[in-house]
Design a protein around this ligand. Sequence first.
Ligand code: CA
Length: 227
Amino acid sequence: MTQIVVVEDEPSISEVVSLYLNRAGFEVSTFSDGLSAFDSFSKKLPDLVILDVMLPGMDGFSLIRSIRDRSDVPVILLTSRREESDRIAGLELGADDYVVKPFSPQELVSRVRAVLRRTQTKLESPIQGIIQTGNLSINPQTREVIVNGSEILLTAKEFDLLYHLAAHPRQVFSRDQLLESVWGLHDFIDPSTVTVHIRRLREKIEKDPTSPMRLVTTWGVGYKFEP
Ligand code: CA
């Protein structure tokens, strides 16, 4: 059974979310603060985490940072409508998606299913060859990326995005095309997600992230991989 952890300090939200997720066939554990949720992860990682940004003690951002230090478990953030900066910060820290409060529980269930589908499709996707170009090597079987002989740690989405671009060298993709190919459900996700991921990838693989040689912007159109 798919296990979901909900970290939310407002009991009314936590209860309704649990109810809908249970009805949708998920097993749910709830925590009202970040620290106890984090403690539970050291015993067992769930299949997905739903995380409120505003929590007492260890906030959602600290928690997602700690989670990403050791795991690619999918994370959906709950954020407030006013704080766009929160959503960007959350994605930069490695959240897979976010839902803005107030949200309908049914919408959250759809997001959960979409995120799980993306994570699972990844496992089922056919194995393709290693991409080797200059100082960069990308292995889709082991999901390892080597730059100048050292392994670079990427989140699941960063890897998928890099692999998709590198598998189609010099082809320019718009942000919408990348959302559709890499994230799957572009209706639900903000196109700035792509920008954020490209920026993070450049910081990890480019010699000088401010003048990228690999992940190149084609102004007004999108991005391409330069081999
Ligand atoms: Ca809260």
